[in-house]
Every structure is written in C-alpha cells, then in structure tokens.
Design a protein around this ligand. Sequence first.
Ligand code: ATP
Length: 904
Amino acid sequence: MEKIRWDRRSVQDVLQEFRISLDAGLNTEQVSENQKKYGWNQLKEANKKTFLSKVADQFKDFLILILLVASVVSFSIGEKTDAMIIVAIVIINAMLGLYQEGKAEKAIEALQKLAAPNANVIRNGVPISVPAEQLVPGDVVVLETGDIVPADLRLVESYNLQIEEASLTGESVASEKRAEDICEEDVSLADRKNMAYASTILTYGRGKGVVVSTGHDTEIGKIAEVIQGYEEESTPLQKKLARLGKQLGIIVLAVCVVVFVIGILQNLPMLDMFMTSVSLAVAAIPEGLPAIVTVVLSLGMGKMASKHAIVKKLPAVETLGTTTVICSDKTGTLTQNEMTVVKVFVDEHILDVEGEGYEADGRICHEKEEVDVETVPTLERLLEITLLANDAKLKRLENGKLGVMGDPTEGALITLANKWDMYSKDYEEAHPRKNELPFDSDRKMMTTFHENIGKNPVVSFTKGAPDVVLSRCSYWGKNNEIVELNEELREKISKVNQKFSKNALRVLALAYHSFEKMPEEITVDEIEKEMIFVGLVGMIDPARAEAKEAIKLCKHAGIIPVMITGDYKETAFAIGQQLGMVEDISQAMMGTELEQYNAEQMREIVKDKRVYARVSPEHKVKIVTALKENGNIVAMTGDGVNDALAIKKADIGIAMGITGTDVAKNTAEVILTDDNFASIVDAVQEGRIIYSNIKKFVSFLLSCNIGEILIVLVSILMKLPVPLLPIQLLWLNLVTDSFPALALGVEKGDEDIMNQPPRDPQEPILDKKTSIRITVQSIAITIATIGAYQYGLHHFTEHSLEGARTIAFVTLILAELLRSYSARSESHTVMSIGMFSNRALTLGTVFSLFMTLIVVYIPFMRTLFHTVFLGAEEWSRIIPFALIPFIVGETYKLFHKSTNRTQV
Ligand code: ATP
C-alpha cells in the first residue's frame, strides 16, 4: 500500500478516501474487496518448522543413530533381513512420533485461534466483533480502555483517550490522543496525536479509528517482520523428566555394557551380543518421555478449553494442578452478572422496584402502591442520570429475551428508567453526550456531560460507588430543594447504603453538577467535586449456583477460595456467605485497610481473610504477594488494564474472556471463556488429572523398561540364552508399548481426585511410593517373563529356543498390556473404575495385540521375527504368567495411602 501520511489528513478526508461514513463503516462488499487487495491483518509466524525438518528431527536421537549404524554393520556382514527390519521399525517409530507431534501441534494451534484477539468494528451500520486478523483498511474500529490497538488507525473520535506506545516507541508513559488534531510535516511517530498504532494499549478513555494499515504495513509490522509463534517453553515436569531420562540412560548404558561383557565372557557371538546390547539400550532408555508429556499436556489443554478455560502456556497446565488458593472477582465470576434494580432511595423514601431481568415489566412502588411524582419529585432526575451516564444498550436476543450490550450494571439502570416510561433514545437525542470521564475501577465512578438540561446550560451526571460519590458531594437534592449535606444527612444516606448492601445488593449513588459553560479542563479533581447527591439504587446480582458447588469442591480439595472485589464490603460478605465462602464478617476486609500493613503483617492477614472488598489493583498485588510468600500457589482472576500486574504476579493469571480487556487476556496464562468461577475449579481438577496421568504412564513405561533390562540381565546371569532377540525387543518397545502409555495419558482421572490435598510442586516425579511401585512391577514382569521362558525352554522339543523366545516375547507383551490396565489408577482397582472405560486404552491394546498376533501367526512375519506358531496349550501357560504383574499391581493398591498438604 502506498504510504499516505494519514495523520496529516482531516477526519473528513480519511472518511472520503475510504468511501465510508462513521456510522455505517464498510459494507460487506467493500470488506471483501479490501481483503483481496490487502490480505489478512497478521504477521508471519516465526519458527514454523517444515515437514522435512520435522521428519529429520525424528532421526536426530543419538540412540536411533547408533541403531542405524548397528543395522548397517549387520547388513554388511550378511544379516540382511534383521538389518532391514530394524530400519523398518525405526521408520514406523518415526511415523508414530510425527503423528503424535502433529496431534500436539494441532491442539495448540486450535487454542491459539481461540485465544486470538477480537476487534469491535462497525460494518453495514452495525457494531460487531470480528477476529482482529480480519480487519481491513477502511474498517471503523471502536476502542475502549484496555484494548490493544488491532491495526494502525487514524483516530476519528476520541474521549480522553490515552495510549501507551511502549511496544513501538519504548515510551511507557501513556500519551494523550486527539482525533481532531492534524499533524505537521515533521512530527515523529510518537507525536502523532491523531493516530493509534497496532499493538499499543488504550490505558484510558475511548474512541473510534479508521484502519489505515494492516499486517506487515503497520508500523509494528515493519519493525517485527514476524510474530513469535507459540513459545515452546519447557514445563518443570518436562525438565525433570529430561533429567531423569538422562540419569536412567546412563544406568541403562552401563547395564548394557555389563550384558555385553558377560556375553563375551560366556563365549556368545560378539555381533549377537553387540546387537542385543544396542537394542536393549534403545528399548530401555526412556528418551521419549518428555515428548509424550508434551502430547499429553497439549491434549489436556484441548480438554480444558472444552471446559471453558483456554490455557495459553504449557507450564500452566501443570501449575493449575498444584493451586492452593483461588482469588476470584465477584461480579460475573461468582455471581451471574444479571443485574436487576430492586430498591431506589430518593427524596428520603425507599422505593421497591418490581420485575426481574431486563424487561420493563414491573412498577416502581412506594409502600406497595405505584409511586406518585408528587411525593417523589426527584425520581425523574435520578432516572435521567441512569439513562444518560450510561454506555449500555438493551437488545432483543435471538431467544426473544432482552439482553445487554455492555455493562449489566448499566443495563439494569436502563430497565429501571424504562419501567417509568423513560427511554434512552429520547434522552440521548435531546441531550447528546458532549464529554465524559469514563468509569475506571480505581476511581469507581463515571461522569458524562450534557447541554440544556432544565435551566442549566451544562450539566455533569455522575454515578459510582456510594462512598466515593458521597465523599465528593456537598449537597443533597431532595423534595424540590437543594440542601447542604451535613454529617447527619450523610449518616442517613450511609445507613440506607448499609441496609441495601447487607441484603447482598450492589449499590450505586447518583449525583450531578451544573456549569455555566462547558469546563475547559475535564479532569477528575476539577469536575467530580461539590456535586449534588440525588439518590441510591440497589440491584441484585444472584450468586451462581454452580459457584456454590465449586466452592464446596475447593474446600474438599484443600484449595482456599478467596473473593477480591471492587464492590462494597457488606455486599461482598453477603454474597460470600450465600456461597459458603465465609461464616463471619471478621473474615472480610476492606482493600484500603491493607495499605497500613507491611509485608510481614500481610502474611499474617491473608491467613484468615477470605473476602476483600473495595479493592484496587495495587491491593490485589499485595494480597497475591503475601499469599505466595506463605508458600501458596495462587490463581488470580482479573479483567481491567490495571489488573495486569496482579495477573502477572500470580502463579496462574486468569483473565475473563467475556468482560476482560485485551491487556488482561494478553498477560494471563488462562482465559476463561465463560467468566465462571466453576470453570477455574474444573481447570484445576483437569490439571490434577493430567499430572496424575503423566505419573501413571511414566511409572508404567519405566517399569516396562526396567523389566526388559532385568529379563536380559538375569537370564544371562543364569547362563540362559538371551530370551529376547534384538528385533523383538525393538518391536515390543517402539511399536507395542507406546499406545498403552499414551492412552494412560488421557485417562479420565480418579473420581476422588478433588478429595485429595494439592500436590507439592517440588515433589519429585519419582517419589518414594512411585519408585517402590516401579520396582515391584519390574520384578513382577521379570519373574513372569523368565518363568514363561523357562517353561518354553523345557516344553518345545523342536525349535526349542525359538519357541521359548516366542513364549517369552508374547508373555512380556501381554504382561505389559494387562499391567497397563492396573496402572490406570494408583488407588482404585480396575474393576471399580470400569475395565473398558478408557476407550483409547482399549483401542491401543487391541492394536498392540493385533501387531503381536501378526508376528506369531503370519508365516512370513514368523520368519522375519524368528517366532514359532503358538497353540492353545502354549496360550494356557502364557496367560497365567502374563497375569502376574497385573495381580501384583492390583494387590499393591490395597496398601495405598495418600499424603497431606494444606497451606494458607
Ligand atoms: P468485581 O471486582 O468483583 O468484578 P465489581 O464489578 O463491583 O466487582 P468494579 O467493576 O471495579 O468491581 O466496580 C467497583 C465499584 O464501582 C462497584 O462496586 C460500583 O459501586 C461501581 N461501579 C461499577 N460499575 C460501574 C459503572 N458502570 N458506573 C459507575 N460505577 C460503577
């Protein structure tokens, strides 16, 4: 696109250039035209591996290379079939590896799409949300506080707009933006006040902009030609396993050398012993563990996403499972965020409002009778404020119900006015907004400016948290007069506020201020002062039923749920009580109280507080820090721009998918697509299941591998011929073992997993219990296989060695397959969890069995694998031997006990 200096053009010029109007935006035809012309609004992804490099990666493993060298050696000295089979097995193994990697990659790509940002645009005259990558030049983008600018925009409307452009200019102080400015020739990028650049952050205010450049044409696109794709950060578990793999690898190699030396001392053929040792090393070194962990973690991410938690980084999947405290917002997370005004306090009367939801059905009553304007003369002014200091819209949804576009708190205020036959459209047309100080959760208020209201040329309307608004009011407008707000009157209002709050109502105060003309300086301190108080509204926001259940579950699981809210203490406590989070008001605390405590005192405070009210973003950081210092693993939700710090500080930062800002979503590790507390608990549960599954397959694979080593080592020590041929070992390990292992990774988890306390993140993957379990299992596998082998050696007269080896080979495979069923739960018997309830395992077992039968029953394969035909009699011996490890595993569970850990 030819580079036009849009900052030097007027707004009108820009609109003309793109043939659009501000209200209509582009039409569908223009969008597709521009999309063809300019492409997608995205940058190339870095480090995308080609298919060939992925294939090459599969062969990079040192052991696989040794194996290939070994097969070349055996080929050159005439052992052609064996050499070729080994190569074939290596290729099958590589294909399986590619398949698994592909699966993990797909899961992650799908998640990335889900987590990709959206942009609010006006197209065909309708405001809609589209994926940011679908923006085209000419699109009219609506910007709100907390948005990350999705493309380069020429601003066309701005209200107190401030944008932080550190990603582009390095300057971390937000700069003010003004749509009406027109820049001079020589201004630098940082001084172009009428432009908003892609990747910068709206820290305050709101506005609209027309997209002028997308993708690589944007300023950030020119600096960063590529975006970093998904970062493949190793998780602590992957690192631990890689280390463990290395340590075990060294031990295995040492044992293989011993096997080789003993074999030579026993005058066994050198080449045979060399092949046996190499195959044994390849089979028994658990080098593939971290790769399987990646697959299991990525699949787990997919599962969490289907339960409304999009996990952006692999390590978070693991951390979730160790969570000991969940700090959650209240509104919308623990409550339904479906507000209905039920009480109004005006002219010293408490009015009741009938009806539920956003429909205007219901009356505003005073002592059961519809209100009379004579007795409540200020009601109309109060409703005027609720309509005009309001950004929400009510809209009929597809299901026929009225819904809110915007903040439900504001939606409820529109409904309230509608019940008195006052409508936004009429008021907004008669008194359009001339300026505003937008709501922010630090200030807890918002103010708008309108002209010609009554006799006043300019009026500001303010609504916000009662304590904040009241502290900035000097008068009270009631019963057709304006009186000074003395202590006694303040006390009166406070009492009503408390009464509402104690009934779990969310309370807002409404006030106004008149001006002779539009003030020049629209700043908080200048404007929101000496206001005239008008009244209070109290709205219900029912607690989520599922949140109550989730809190119960948390308590069973040794996880402490904590509420951190911007709302009033009494309201927060009342909701907390309904949800079963708190019993006594002493467990609730105001955010401002925290300011007086130092770090050490904070560590004490957080031990028994469960509800923090009137909290500002800095308080959140203080709470997270103290909890973490006490050794907790903290999950923390957030939605606003200022929450980014607390989200970052928490072990698991969680952003709200519906109400959260781009900034919060960008910083968080987890995005909740339904903003629901219960989904956090589901994700924690899933995290626990994933970890326990990883542990299951690690201990399964290791016991199989150690078993194989022991079988060869013990037989050699017993001066028996080697029971498993190299190709059998490889076949067994690379082809038949991996399916059950993967299937264990997707086990649905023990039902009582949330009855156990959180796991200590420092806990080694091979703790004492797991190590003992692995030892017992590998010994059981060794005894079963050598027992069957001995039987085979005495049973067959002809082909006695090949027959005995076939029996050992089949027994070992069967023993491992059966044992995988027992490995499905560390504490519950397989019968109690349902033999076939893991479909992946059933399929994996059938496949592995099928592969085994091929090797035994297809004559051609028999020749290749040096096996013999097995009849019913042999099977009748193999099966009891193969059952040994399974029976041992199931019996072992009877001795299982869990360890405890609780914190806070
Ligand atoms: P949570 O932090 O649990 O989501 P919250 O929604 O009450 O709770 P904030 O959004 O930070 O937290 O709001 C803080 C306070 O500001 C509210 O208790 C209310 O009194 C006031 N408030 C909320 N929304 C608005 C609004 N749109 N306009 C004016 N004041 C508001």
